[in-house]
Design a protein around this ligand. Structure first.
Ligand code: ZN
Length: 305
């Protein structure tokens, strides 16, 4: 290859990913062979995200636009077919990689399914293998590299799946209740046997009402659930209201360190990777639901006097 003096052209495959969850898969499997742009950073709520002019330009100039789909990126829905019409390869990852029979039905989304597929690690493994195949199709020069990385990453996800299962199984069964700001964890709940309840419903586009807060507070007090779980991409306001309503019922409930729900952490920190975020979430859930359980068992719940 000749070395041009005026331009150092980057001829790598240009990939645009919407969320940093989806982007992480491209980073893991595409590595340095791919020029990756991720539109949504840490703490960004994909349900509410509007694409900027710059985002639209980057997508239009990409070789491949990878998004979660199932209406997760609710305000960008019309953009993807538009990109496709302009000749850009586009993939709705959750729709392409995961059979409908494994999706959780939900009337709240135009897709009819809950889009938060990633915290069932076995499902995300399917997504990883799909990304490997698509990268190989789009950039045949690096087929072997993508195949190898996808296979290795799938093995790591197998270990992660086992880890999550083993850890969560340590929580006493009657305490395996995960109450979060919004319903991003139903797949995780189904995979690892956690009863999952979101205050806000499945999308952040609708706010929880007073009746929701009171009903959830009653449930928490009745079941003596020690911890509510915050999320990095959702305001804690709703959970604070539940905490207050629980207190009014004579029981104290904690609010946890934030879980990574719809977004991963900062790119240069451990939770900037999917694996790191899953481990953080599992540790936070296990410590939130187990530790205080010891002190509550055999005694009255902590009463507010
Ligand atoms: Zn969500």
């Amino acid at each position: 290859m000749g070395c041009s003096s005026e331009t150092e052209a980057d001829d790598r495959l240009r990939v645009v990913a919407t969320t940093n969850v989806v982007g992480d898969l491209v980073r893991e499997i595409g590595g340095d062979e791919v020029a990756l742009t991720t539109l949504m950073g840490p703490g960004i709520d994909p349900h509410q995200y509007n694409a900027s002019e710059g985002d639209i330009q980057r997508m239009a100039q990409a070789d491949w636009v990878l998004y979660n789909g199932l209406h997760l990126e609710g305000r960008m829905t019309d953009l993807f077919p538009e990109m496709s019409q302009r000749g850009v390869a586009t993939t709705a990852l959750a729709e392409a990689a995961i059979p409908d029979s494994l999706l959780i039905p939900s009337a709240e989304f135009a897709s009819s399914y809950d889009p938060h597929v990633w915290f069932d690690v076995a499902l995300w493994r399917k997504a990883a293998l799909h990304v490997g195949e698509r990268l190989a199709d789009l950039d045949p020069e690096h087929v072997a590299t993508y195949q190898q990385r996808a296979a290795e990453y799938a093995e790591r996800l197998d270990e992660l799946d086992t880890y999550a299962r083993d850890q969560i199984a340590q929580i006493p069964e009657e305490r395996r209740v995960l109450i979060t700001s919004h319903d991003a964890f139903r797949y995780m709940g189904r995979a690892y046997d956690l009863d999952v309840r979101g205050l806000q419903g499945i999308s952040t586009a609708t706010e929880a009402g007073t009746a929701d807060v009171q009903a959830l507070a009653q449930f928490v007090a009745d079941r003596r659930i020690p911890t509510l779980f915050a999320e990095t991409s959702v305001s804690e306001r709703g959970l604070r209201a539940v905490q207050e309503a629980v207190r009014a019922r004579g029981f104290a409930v904690d609010i946890s360190d934030a879980l990574y729900g719809d977004a991963l952490g900062d790119a240069d920190t451990p939770t900037g990777s999917y694996e790191g975020a899953v481990r953080h979430n599992v540790e936070t859930i296990v410590s939130g639901l187990s530790e205080r359980a010891e002190s509550v068992v055999g005694s009255e719940p902590m009463a507010i006097r």
